[in-house]
Design a protein around this ligand. Sequence first.
Ligand code: GDG
Length: 485
Amino acid sequence: ESQADDAAAGAHLIVVSNRLPVTLEQKGSEWSFKLSSGGLVSALSGLKREMSFTWVGWPGKDFGADDRVKIDNLLKENACSAVYLDDETAELYYNGFANSILWPLFHYHPGEMIFEETAWDAYQRANEAFAQALAAVVKDGDLVWIQDYHLMLLPRMLRALLDSSGRRGVKIGWFLHTPFPSSELYRILPVRRQILEGVLAADLLGFHTYDYARHFLSSCTRILGLQTAGDSVDAGGRVVRVGTFPIGIDPSKFSEALQTDEVRGRLGELERRFAGERVIVGVDRLDYIKGVPQKLLAFEQFLSQRSDDAERVVLVQVAVPSRGDVEEYRQLIGSVNELVGRINGRFGTIEYTPIHFLHRSVGFAELVALYAVADVCLITSTRDGMNLVSYEYVASQAQRHGVLVLSEFAGAAQSLDGAVIVNAWNIEEVAAALALALEMPAAQREASFRTLHKYVAKHTAAYWGTSFIAELTRVRQAADAAALL
Ligand code: GDG
């Protein structure tokens, strides 16, 4: 690995994601720039030390010609570059195609998928706009790393532009943050061939788990009739490498936050508030893949099996509003609100509210204090590429050694040895797991925590980023060596 790291030194990296991780604000006629603190941002901070890099993406809305000039300069100073999309294209590409077609299909919700030709047109237009913007900044020998399901046509479109302008030695990587579904499901997609051919123009394709990579490879065989050998696909004479790169977090962000006065103060308050009660925490974007209704039903089942004199248990569920402009998400809010009301009505008393439901996001300090105060973290995703909440809970539990109850349908279940793994659809099983978790002896909790913590501390976001880029660099070296023969 250190050899590949050395080889990466000096190379220039271009990271491409749907959204630029920046907030642009206007004060008078001046614009200000702020880098947001997303998972991808911390994953790449490690790489910044090793190689120079530029970030290319959509700035979040359209801007007039005058503003664009100012914004472009501001972005350039901060190693970013904008892809402008008109508002209608952006809406149809992002909400219409990426979030209403690929997202449900990749999470085994074909019933939610509505294929519309206008959305597909916009997806192609948006990917083409990214290709054009990239072609203007990519130089010979650069590494380009494209992120996620929003940009699956981009590798092919970019490759065509680079080839026609004679650019050499550019290597393209692509990483999928969601699951890749079984080929039996994937083949439903009307544009299944175009999407596969789109990503196959890259040199390295990355997935969170081995299963997702395997599903992808069998789609290539069954739908395109391509030959695969181990971890690569023969895409008409070009070899495309397929690998697994499980993402992680920056655990020190959590352990350091737990040393601050703000988080310690808040943790103390929460401990007093929940004195005499046990706490289960849930943190999810309110998305149908997160299985929030399943979680509520399992908690209801768990409560119904408790004796009247048993210790009180509360579920604190943070449900961050998400994609409110897509119909399925609005329906989900309605059914979740109804379940919360029903369960609180059934089991609540004047002194006791079983479910604390927060339909909003909470600040980072509050989030860490919540993780730290909870005896159990409950994750019931029905499908989830990885699920980083599970990692963050572990990173915040050095004191309490709480128990992680984790759905087998989250990618994280493949790596997090030491969690209690459940079938999120089996309400009885999840309810039983909650009872088990709350009663688990301290020695067993500590042993599980050690195993979990060791993994989370090693497989960080930075580790993910450097592993992917090291592999892309190896792919380039192999190609260079072959060219010399
Ligand atoms: C996609 C894939 C994959 C949540 N609520 C609050 C808050 N959060 C933060 C969490 C965590 C992040 O949001 C959620 O990450 P997840 O990984 O759990 O889920 P997705 O957003 O669906 O992400 C997923 C991921 O991409 C990476 O590849 O793991 O499977 O679906 O970091 O902490 N943060 C704050 N307040 C909140 O209320 N501050």
